[in-house]
Design a protein around this ligand. Structure first.
Ligand code: NDP
Length: 247
């Protein structure tokens, strides 16, 4: 039997891109999916797709910037499935621009979704995982959490923060003996709707050009699945997945 069979997996940002791809891949291997994002029609469509393929999925409309909604999402997963085995902390936005453009609203949103959203989700699932002494938290950082480039200053800041949160959480749970695994996933250029969150025309043109080499979201879904299917005493802590030709 697959090590993924009957695992309850919450995925934030499941309505498109990497989140949707990971949901399908994990459902195909027998996981019970709890899909979360803001766009209900997308979640409903994905749920149907998974169910039509013989998988199990429920969904809850959730804005990760709301601490209350994240707590409600975890409570819903526990009510419906009785446990939470895996959290894929995937929701994210990437409105990039040089700092001098002073896109303060976009800085605030990025910090709220990419950093606070990740923390709220961890806070929501940790108590039940700690109680069961079992769990796996997978955070989506980025190669932008390893390298900084002009225009990506704030986005990189948020993804460096995700990497720091992953490593801090890993150490805290390791010394606490809770048997909770932490995986930090850092994709390079991946085809998705993420670029649409960049509003600055100049930056967007450069990104569109750079993303010509992008790989499919399925590539990241396979990496996430690989981390989940390891035996419980093995933790894949860090994964970088780039297009082969990405410098
Ligand atoms: P997409 O834009 O396709 O997906 C982002 C997801 O996040 C959507 O499902 C969106 O759903 C959700 N989301 C955004 N804001 C919120 C919110 N406030 N509350 C709940 N959900 C939210 O992008 P990707 O699939 O590419 O991105 C997934 C993750 O991977 C992100 O963290 C991104 O930073 C990271 N990443 C992506 C890379 C790439 O090249 N694509 C490279 C490196 C990292 P909805 O709008 O319905 O709420």
């Amino acid at each position: 039997m697959s090590n993924i069979q009957d695992k309850v997996v919450i995925i934030t940002g499941a309505s498109s891109g990497i989140g949707a791809a990971a949901a399908k891949e994990l459902a195909a291997k027998g996981a019970k999916l709890v899909l979360a994002a803001r766009r209900e029609e997308r979640l409903e469509q994905l749920q149907k797709e998974i169910q039509n393929d013989g998988g199990q999925a429920i969904y809850k409309v959730t804005d990760v910037t709301s601490h209350e909604q994240m707590e409600e999402l975890a409570a819903y997963a526990l009510k419906e499935f009785g446990k939470i085995d895996v959290l894929v902390n995937n929701a994210g936005i990437m409105p990039q621009a040089f700092l001098f453009k002073k896109k303060v609203d976009e800085w605030d949103k990025m910090i709220d979704v990419n950093i606070k959203g990740v923390l709220y989700a961890i806070a929501a699932v940790l108590p039940s995982m700690r109680e069961r002494k079992s769990g796996h938290i997978i955070n989506l950082s980025s190669v932008a959490g390893h390298n900084i480039y002009p225009g990506g200053t704030v986005y990189c800041g948020t993804k460096y923060a995700v990497k720091a949160i992953s490593e801090g959480l890993r150490q805290e749970e390791a010394i606490s003996g809770t048997n909770i695994r932490v995986t930090n996933v850092s994709p390079g250029a991946v085809s998705s709707e993420l670029l649409e969150t960049t509003t600055d025309a100049e930056t967007k043109t450069g990104l569109d050009d750079f993303y010509k080499i992008a790989i499919d979201a399925d590539s990241i879904a396979r990496a996430i699945t690989f981390a989940v299917e390891q035996p419980s005493d093995v933790a894949i802590n860090e994964m970088i997945i780039r297009p082969t030709v990405q410098v």
